[in-house]
Design a protein around this ligand. Structure first.
Ligand SMILES: Nc1ncnc2c1ncn2[C@@H]1O[C@H](COP(=O)(O)OP(=O)(O)OP(=O)(O)O)[C@@H](O)[C@H]1O
Length: 226
């Protein structure tokens, strides 16, 4: 078996507050291989977002390890971890999180410039990606002038901008009406499959989960088959 694109090994995450300590992840394990799309379906408050943020190197685990293509993120300083995240992981949120003062094209361009891609290459890639999501005519629009479905398509294009190996998504179509959600989700799956990425996608929708390769859930802070 080749090395997983993303591996969680005994990942722990707990939140501290005045009320005490809340252990959310208590030793979570996961292997996610290239070409594999996994649904994460679990009740509200069980830790899906926490898991995605830790897996996506946005939050550090309190224990255990997160390995991306075999590289242990725990051994890296903050800059190196940010660079690893930028180069290997794309993240799609429920609410698009696009930068409001920038156009669609600029939103897809900026992560590439942050990763030191030459501007001309980055512009070409941003246009290709927006074109692939049917957004040629929306390139120069700011997010507020886009529909919800268009905003999420731009967010997906942005997540793919640095050609990641792993795509993580937290309810990526949870904010859209049913018909739009279905279309955007179909496009997301096609983009992930076409690129052979490893993906972990949180959803509350069993029909969307059924379109992925397998489903996992969170139980008592562990990742288990659903
Ligand atoms: N920064 C934080 N500080 C303190 N507690 C937090 C923090 N983030 C999350 N929690 C708590 O940790 C638990 C898991 O939260 P998380 O957002 O990961 O759940 P979730 O499964 O994604 O929920 P939902 O489906 O409602 O989005 C919840 O009880 C939440 O209140």
């Amino acid at each position: 078996m080749p090395e997983p694109s993303l591996a969680l090994r005994g990942v722990e995450r707990r939140y501290r507050s005045e009320a005490g300590e809340l252990p959310v992840l208590r030793g979570a394990d996961l292997d996610l291989h290239a070409g594999e799309i996994v649904a994460l379906v679990a009740p509200s408050g069980t830790g899906k977002s926490t898991l995605l943020h830790v897996a996506g190197l946005l939050e550090k685990p309190d224990g255990g390890r997160v390995l991306v293509e075999g590289r242990d993120s725990g051994n890296l300083n903050d800059d190196a971890r940010t660079a690893l995240r930028r180069e290997t992981i794309g993240f799609v949120y429920q609410f698009h999180h696009l930068l409001p003062e920038f156009t669609a094209e600029e939103n897809v361009l900026l992560p590439q410039l942050a990763a030191s891609r030459p501007r001309r290459d980055a512009e070409t890639r941003a246009r290709e990606l927006l074109g692939a999501f049917g957004l040629d005519h929306r390139r120069d629009h700011r997010p507020s002038r886009l529909s919800g479905g268009e905003q999420q398509r731009v967010a997906i294009a942005r997540a793919l901008a640095n050609a990641p190996k792993v795509l993580l998504a937290d309810e990526p179509t949870g904010n859209l009406d049913t018909g739009t959600a279905d279309r955007v989700f179909t496009e997301l799956l096609a983009a992930v499959r076409g690129r052979g990425l490893a993906a972990l996608i949180a959803t509350h929708n069993p029909e969307l989960a059924a379109r992925m390769d397998r489903t996992v859930t969170l139980r008592d802070g562990l990742i288990v088959p659903a």
